[in-house]
Each structure stands twice: as C-alpha cells, then as structure tokens.
Design a protein around this ligand. Structure first.
Ligand code: FAD
Length: 791
C-alpha cells in the first residue's frame, strides 16, 4: 500500500467521515476548516446556554449497513420519533409529501378535478418532460402542479420551474395514498443533543486515531505542479504536500474550480437562518414538526421547531422557530442586514398567527451560505465537463453536497465518503455503496420517448436496425444501410462508436470468425479499420436525420460518449460486454437521454449493478434488451422467457437483441412482451466482415418488421368481445331453435317438435324450455326458425 497523508478541506459531514475513514485505517490526515466548530451545514451552534441546529435534524436511511455504521459511531445518541412535515397554504395544513387523504380538505369539486387529472396521467408525457414544470404537470395534473409545485420550488431554487431540470423531480416527489411520517419505510433518527453533537463525536474520533483538525483556518488556494497539487494555501500558512499525498475537498465545486483555474458556469442558492425564541406555546399543529410556505409574500420557505428535535439548555416554556430563507448572491435578501431580516420574519410569523411580538425573547442569525445547486435544465452537461477537468488533477478528489453539486442527505454523503476512501486505498474495489443506499430515481418510466417514437407495453415494437460494423468503414455503405432501415420500416438505425482502445492490441490470437470468413486480422486491427472520423460520423448522422429516422450508436468508451453527445443523438446503447463497465454506464446515464442496454454474458446480479448505476445517476429512461452474446445464437439457447423476467425484475420496458440467424424468434419475443427488437442488417450476407453472416438482408428485414408488427397487433386487447368481423359469422353459424316438423297454428308445442340448427336467426337454444308448452300463433313450417312472434 502507498504511504501517503491526506489533507481534507472542510469539516462538514462529508469531510469528517472521509477523515475518520482514513484515520482509522492508519493514514495520517489533517482537516482544514474555516469555522470554529465541526459540522459545516450540520453544525449545532451555541447561543448563550442553549443550542440551535444550523440545518439538518434527521438521520434517515433505508440501508441497514448505514444504520449500523451510525449506531456504531454514535451509540445511544438517537431517538426515533415519527416526524411530519406539512405544507401551509392559505391557513390550511396539507401533508408533505402530499397524500390523497390530505387533498380531501379541498372543496369536493376541486378534489374530484385533482383526482381525475391524476388518474389521467400520461406516462409518455412524463417521460418526455425535460423541465420540472412539465414533469410535475404530467405527474400530478395541472391543478396540483399550480397549487403545490410552482411557487414553492421557485421560491426555494430561485429559478422558474420551466427552467429547473426535470431530473430533480423524480428524486424527491412522492404523492402518497395516505398520511405517513416524513421518512416512512426508512429508519429515521434524531440526534438527542442536536445534530452537531454527532459531528463533535466524529471530530474527537479523528483526533483519537491520530488525525488533526485545524479550525478557524480558511483555505485560500491550491497550487499545482503540472497536474498535481503541491501546496494548500490557507490564512494560517501553507501546507506542503509530499509526492504521494492527496487532497480531498468538500468545498463547493465553484470554489474548487476557482482554485484550480477551471471555468465553471454552475451556481448555488444560499440560505440564511433566522431563529426566533418566544415564550409563547408551541405554535405548530401536533402532527407538523416543520412547515413549508409557498406564499411568495412570506420571506421564508420553511420553518421548523428546534424544540421538537432537541432542546438542550433551552429555558422551559420557550419555543424556538427556525426560519430558512433562500437567496442568491446580489439579490434583495442577500443585501438585507440582520435587523431588516428579523423584522420581515417577525412580521410574517405574526401575520400568520404563529407568534406574538410581545413574547419574543431572542433572535439569532446564521448565514449558512451556498446549499442548493442550481439545477437548471441542461446543467448535467456543464457538471460533467467541470468534473472531468477537476478529475484531471492526479492527487485531487472531491465529495459532498457542494463539492459534487448534488444536494444529498447524510446517508448518501456517508456512503460516498466511505466509497471514496475504499477506492483510494484499494483502487480495485468496486465503489458501489452509494448505489446500494440511494435511488436517485425510484423507478424507470413505463413509456420512453425516443425522437418522435414512444416505446412501452402498449405501443408496437420499436425496431432498431443494427448496422454495427456492417458498413465496412464506408460512408456510402453506411448511408445505404440507413436507407434499408427506412425502407424496411425500422424506427432506428444504430451504429457502434469506439476509439482505438476498444480492444487490446496485445491479444493477437483474438480472432473472430476467421475460419469462416478468412479474415486475417485480429480484433484490434479490425476495429481500427472500421473507425469513422468525426466529419464522417457527422455526415452519416445528418443523413439519417434527413431520412427521418432515429440514428444513434453504442459508445464503447467515454470519448465516444462525448462525441455522440456532440452529435445530439436521441438515445444511447450499452453493449452486453459493457454491462460490467459501470463508469461507462454512469457517463452515458448522466447524459439523461434514453438508454438501451443489452444483457448478454451477464447474471441478474451484474444487471442489477448496471441498472442501479443508471438509477443512481437519476436517469429514468432505461430499456433492457435480453440478448445471448453468441454469434449466431441458437434457438436452444435463446431463453426468451428472460424478456418478461427482465421487465418484472427491474420494472421497466424490455426488448430483445436478436442474434439468431433469421426471423424465427421475433414473433414469440414480441408475444412475450418485447417492445424493442434489435436486429443486424446487411446488404449482402456474403460480404466480408464479422457480422454480415448472421445479419438480415433487406427483404428479410422488411418481412421481420411486418411480422413483429403483426404479432403485436395479434396480441389484441385481452378483452373478450365479439369482434366486428365475427358478426357476419354469428348470423351464419350460430345455433338457434328451428321447427323439426310442421307446426300448425294453435298447436301446443312439445320438445320433440323442436331442434337446434344454424343460421343464427331464431331464438337462442337456452330459451328452448320457454317455447315448450306454448301455442303456435301462426303456422311454422318444418326446418323454419321459431321466433318470438310465432309463439
Ligand atoms: C436547513 C437544512 C436542513 C437539512 N435537513 C437535512 C436532514 O434533515 N437530513 C439530512 O440528511 N440532510 C439534511 N440537510 C442536508 C445536509 O445538512 C447537508 O447535505 C450536509 O450537511 C452537507 O455536508 P457536507 O460535508 O457535504 O458540506 P458542508 O457541511 O457544507 O461542509 C463543507 C465544510 O467546508 C467548510 N469550508 C467552506 N469553505 C472553506 C474554505 N475556503 N476553507 C476552509 N473550510 C471551508 C465549511 O465551513 C463546511 O464546514 C439539510 C440542510 C440544511 C441546510
């Protein structure tokens, strides 16, 4: 193991866990913190003889691993009450997260309208939503969106919801059936003596393991030698780094970028806290431990009661209301002094009836600084770029809410910090704790929009013509193959994009089909020969677009992901061989475009890790393709039952990437639920190249598309009814009651005078017993139908 020491910038939750993890493994660690106490946003500040939490109150997680980690670090510290948040709207309190139960407070007509809008939710619109406003309108309907999901987010984030990325919403918005505690279905604990006590304990543990924490020390800059940080400049002097030493920063990404001369167009929303101590009774409803205020006339967006969480030193009979106020540097709030801010908060609280001015005993202020990343539509691209630039510095790492530009709770911050230390100390370790702990997206979309096409259970299969390598490196051939896709009725034409690094040049015996095709090159040489230049790719993709077909590609490396991003592809594909390549999957998922992933050569466990990587990246548009990576694949090995299995296991749309020679497996695949079919195509199967041999030629491809569509149509609705074309047959063939003999008028009809025959123009046989015993009202000739007007 490399001998190194570590400098951690910032002593918030992230910095402290990182430092503790290094220290307990015997790595010398030094933490630099500008404040006089540990905890950062999670500090607990002393005022006179009592304490107020700056920010968080709740530790919560669904991961038993993280619960055990906290209980081991902070034994006996937690109590686990059920806690509730509420929205305050015009004098009424509504559950937060919203519940259908709470909406019953609205007048009956309004409630009915909201419920009708919610049940008319259109999954296609949901998956196509690019901004928060559209997403919420599709998820909750326009009425709820207007009431709960417009003013509040705009107040908090300082951005119109039409400019706020939709990717934020699936992580946080939950509409429940009934009222439940805030963190229902999770372990959730409150630190009895304030959240900052947990941070103090961590700080002490770091020191007990030989670590050092420099408080009141502000980092002013980082000095580079080449792409390695050699010095950390602070207001208390310079920290020199040795050759193997590393820096882990938890400072905001904007500050890290400034220190390392990386241009950065990201920004944060900051928060000020005003705590009002009164001698009045606890003013909130019993089942509301904190409240959200959407009213733009109220200066704060959230207010919590410190006394409901921890009340160390707080005089008996006092209530302390902590009001959070969001601001952006330079706006009107940012320039208010403490007296002005106190006055606004007090006036608002008084007007809302939560306090009486005469009962106020103390007012305290804390400026928490940057907190909420400005998740503007498209921020992911800028974030990726900045992260990429920062990561170039060999001994520089970063983690935390502000450093990662990703608002996160303690569970995620802990998991990320532990993973980071695991990864630095043991570069071979899989750093997947975060994926186990968090689900930034809870669920994949049932309908995925690609270009103009919708893919989902209720839509006909989306057919991808896999051109792959069958263009043989020729732009003209690539365009011809696009034409074939269009003419065969495919929805997409797909390529493969890679750099020279796709396969090791050393594996000289890695030959592929050479016995059949007489290819004398190894895979490395083959792939190099088939690479398109940037200009060629641009030309091919532009041609595809002009032919009105979705054109995308499978990137095999991160450079290729970036190249495809510049081509503004409508989707990405992950190849079976990359199911285990989580860094590539993460990079693709972060592009927030729909993704297809083939699942050959993998177990359900491998697929689960890949799927979790996509969820963790916040991308809700993943489609898994069942695939057997044999070229060609036999019917015996096709295992088509995996198509519904993938859909059920991972709750998403599944499809089939077919390597069987011919079209035989496509109809059963569609019947089993495949809503994407991917099939290789070629102009001529006898062409030279690895994939031509098992590809379809144009005529067969067209037939396959028709068969797939016909199979889908043939599946029908599952609703049993007489079809339109059957009505004629009903008349011709259905059985009704006929006279077996002549029945003269006035005859009492007996059973042996009747028989049952086609066509269906008489009385149904089930009524035969009603006919028996009646008198014929007119003559009924033998072999004539018995009708109600003749008996
Ligand atoms: C009001 C509020 C309520 C919240 N509620 C919850 C909750 O209930 N549960 C939950 O899990 N999460 C909650 N959160 C989120 C959680 O508190 C944060 O995500 C978490 O504390 C961030 O920790 P961090 O270590 O990543 O960042 P920070 O805490 O910001 O740590 C960064 C540290 O770097 C220091 N620093 C900055 N610049 C410099 C410099 N130049 N030199 C030296 N030091 C510097 C800062 O002082 C700080 O200590 C809440 C946050 C707020 C504000």
């Amino acid at each position: 193991m490399v001998e190194r020491s570590v400098v951690v910038l910032g002593a918030g939750m992230s910095g402290l866990v990182t430092a503790y993890e290094f220290a307990r493994r015997g790595v010398p660690v030094r933490v630099i913190e500008r404040l006089s106490v540990p905890g950062g946003l999670a500090r607990t500040q002393r005022f006179d003889d009592y304490y107020i939490d700056a920010g968080p109150h709740l530790f919560h997680t669904s991961s038993p691993e993280i619960v055990a980690y906290w209980q081991n670090l902070f034994p006996g510290m937690f109590r686990t009450p059920a806690l509730y948040g509420k929205n305050y709207v015009d004098g009424q309190f509504f559950d937060y997260p919203l519940s259908e139960e709470t909406l019953r407070q609205f007048p009956a007509e309004l409630y009915k309208c909201i419920m009708a809008e919610m049940s008319a939710k259109d999954p296609a619109k949901l998956s196509a939503a690019r901004n928060y406003r559209d997403y919420m309108e599709s998820l909750a309907g326009p009425t709820l969106q207007k009431i709960f999901y417009e003013d509040y987010p705009e107040k908090l984030w300082g951005i119109p919801t039409s400019e706020l990325s939709a990717n934020w919403a699936p992580q946080r918005i939950d509409i429940r059936k009934e009222k439940k505690p805030f963190h229902a279905d999770q372990w959730s604990g409150v630190a009895q003596n304030g959240c900052g006590t947990a941070m103090e304990i961590l700080a002490q543990k770091i020191i007990a393991h030989g670590g050092r924490i420099d408080y009141n020390t502000e980092v002013l800059g980082l000095e580079l030698e080449g792409e390695v940080i050699s010095r950390v400049r602070t207001n208390a002097g310079v920290v020199d780094l040795g050759r193997n030493d590393i820096v882990v920063s938890t400072l905001p990404i904007t500050v890290n970028s400034r220190f390392l001369n990386v241009p950065c167009n990201l920004s944060f929303r900051s928060v000020k806290l005003v705590a009002i101590a009164t001698t009045g009774a606890d003013p909130f409803p019993k089942d509301a431990d904190w409240l959200y205020f959407k009213d733009r006339g109220v200066i704060f967006h959230r207010a919590g009661l410190q006394t409901r969480f921890s009340d160390i030193g707080i005089p008996k009979g006092w209530s302390i209301l902590c009001c959070e106020i969001a601001y952006t540097a330079g706006d009107a709030i940012s320039t208010m002094d403490e007296a002005q801010l106190s006055e606004r908060v007090i006036a608002d609280l008084e007007r809302l009836g939560f306090i009486r001015r005469t009962e106020i005993v103390k007012v305290h202020h804390m400026d928490l600084g940057p907190l909420y990343p400005s998740y503007r539509v498209g921020f992911e691209t800028e974030l990726q770029r900045v992260r990429g630039e920062l990561e170039k510095n060999g001994n520089f790492y970063f983690t935390g809410t502000l450093a990662d530009f990703s608002y996160a709770d303690f569970q995620i911050l802990c998991a990320k910090a532990i993973d980071l230390v695991d990864m630095i100390q043991d570069p071979g370790s899989a750093f997947n704790r975060v994926q186990r702990v968090s689900r930034r997206v809870r669920k994949f979309n049932d309908v995925v929009q690609i270009g103009k096409n919708l893919v989902g259970r209720q839509y006909p299969p989306y057919i991808i013509g896999e051109i792959g390598l069958n263009h043989n490196g020729s732009v003209a051939l690539a365009k011809q193959l696009i034409d074939v896709c269009v003419e065969s009725g495919c929805h997409a034409a797909k390529f493969q994009t890679f750099s020279t690094e796709r396969i090791s040049a050393k594996v000289l015996d890695a030959r592929y089909n050479e016995d059949i095709l007489d290819l004398e090159e190894n895979l490395h040489q083959l792939f190099n020969r088939l690479i398109f230049s940037w200009e060629e790719l641009k030309d091919i993709f532009a041609y595809g677009r002009s032919r009105n077909i979705d054109v995308f590609s499978t990137p095999f490396d991160i450079d290729s992901v970036e190249m495809l991003d510049r081509l503004d592809v409508p989707a990405y594909k992950i190849a079976s061989m990359d199911v285990v390549n989580l860094p590539l999957i993460r990079a693709v998922a972060m592009k927030m475009k729909p993704m297809f992933m083939s699942t050959g050569m993998s177990t359900l466990g491998d697929i689960e890790e890949a799927v979790n990587t996509v969820l963790e990246a916040g991308n809700p548009n993943l489609i898994l393709l069942h695939c057997v990576s044999s070229y060609p694949c036999s019917a015996a090995e096709a295992n088509l039952r995996m198509i519904p299995r993938l859909a059920e296991t991972f709750q998403l749309v599944s499809g089939f990437s077919d390597h069987f020679p011919g079209t035989f497996l496509v109809p059963p695949a569609v019947a089993l639920g495949a809503r994407v079919i991917e099939k290789h195509l070629t102009l001529d199967r006898s062409m030279k190249g690895p994939d031509h041999i098992f590809s379809l030629e144009p005529t067969a491809l067209k037939a396959m598309v028709e068969e797939a569509e016909a199979t889908f149509t043939a599946l029908g609705t599952g609703i049993k009814a007489i079809s339109a074309s059957e009505y004629r047959t009903v008349q011709r063939l259905r059985r009704t009651v006929f006279a077996r003999v002549d029945i003269p008028k006035g005859t009492t009809i007996t059973r042996d005078m009747l028989t049952v025959k086609s066509p269906g123009i008489g009385i149904l046989p089930k009524y035969i017993d009603l006919i028996v015993g009646r008198e014929a009202r007119s003559d009924i000739g033998a072999d004539h139908p018995v009708t109600w007007d003749t008996i």
